[in-house]
Design a protein around this ligand. Structure first.
Ligand SMILES: C[S@@+](CC[C@H](N)C(=O)[O-])C[C@H]1O[C@@H](n2cnc3c(N)ncnc32)[C@H](O)[C@@H]1O
Length: 234
């Protein structure tokens, strides 16, 4: 086993079956070794902790009954691929604007034999024009400030569906300043904050529920959510 004790403890304490463990490790290796840079972390144990454990830990505390899950700005497939490995009955839709990253994702999907992964090379704002209200769940990790992340994700989600944002400790401040305003406009309500820890940092998964239809004008045209964020400029 190439993983250190902490990482092995994680796999064992959550009772992740052997075949899934092997896929998670294989994916981490491919992610750090891919010919073009998909992650700045090149150490397998650090990458496993930062990408795999961070993706999975909060979800091991949540029950998912829906069937369609979208990961926006997935990059090299985080958190979409680790989640797809652990939840084979849910279909994961991975959206990423950079072609060389979606090319890598296609290879990872084939090598790991993930029939429940679907890859889209597109800007989120454009993808949303054709896929409004289609998903039970949406997520976003390391992509943008919470108000921008919500504008990208909420229009894709069905009424009563959920959006999960991965955030660090700065979220409390971000929430007061920007996210509260965006959630009112986009008609989502914060339901839960799951707090967890990696070895050197505190992490949070913020769960929102969509309580009403998203107003038609969202998401706005490509680039506008970032240029004129709903929560206002800094
Ligand atoms: C910092 S990376 C994070 C990747 C991954 N979610 C993770 O946690 O490692 C953000 C990714 O979002 C993509 N991205 C940014 N804006 C986007 C947009 N409007 N539409 C689609 N992808 C976008 C970038 O190309 C990049 O790969």
């Amino acid at each position: 086993m190439i993983l250190n004790k902490n990482n092995v403890n994680f796999l064992q304490s959550y009772d992740i079956p052997k075949e899934k463990q092997e896929k998670l490790i294989e994916y981490t290796k491919m992610l750090i070794e891919y010919k073009s840079n998909l992650t700045s972390i090149k150490d397998i144990n650090k990458a496993f902790e930062y990408h795999i454990i961070d993706s999975l830990t909060p979800f091991l505390k949540i029950t998912l009954n829906g069937k369609r899950f979208v990961d926006v700005g997935t990059g090299g497939g985080v958190p979409g691929i680790p989640l797809a490995i652990c939840y084979p009955d849910i279909n994961f839709f991975l959206v990423e604007s950079i072609k060389k990253k979606t090319n890598a994702l296609k290879i990872f999907k084939d090598v790991l034999n993930l029939d429940n992964v679907f890859i889209f090379n597109s800007r989120i704002e454009e993808f949303a024009n054709n896929h409004k209200d289609e998903f039970d769940y949406g997520t976003c990790r390391a992509l943008a400030r919470a108000d921008v992340a919500l504008e990208y994700t909420v229009p894709l989600i069905k009424k009563f569906g959920k959006v999960f944002l991965y955030k660090g400790p700065a979220f409390k401040e971000e929430e007061k300043l920007f996210a509260d305003k965006a959630s009112q406009i986009l008609k989502v309500i914060q339901k839960k904050i799951i707090e967890y820890s990696l070895s050197d940092k505190k992490r949070f998964l913020i769960e929102y529920e969509k309580y009403d239809e998203t107003p038609n004008k969202y998401p706005r045209k490509t680039g506008i959510p970032l240029k004129r964020p709903l929560g206002g400029k800094i």
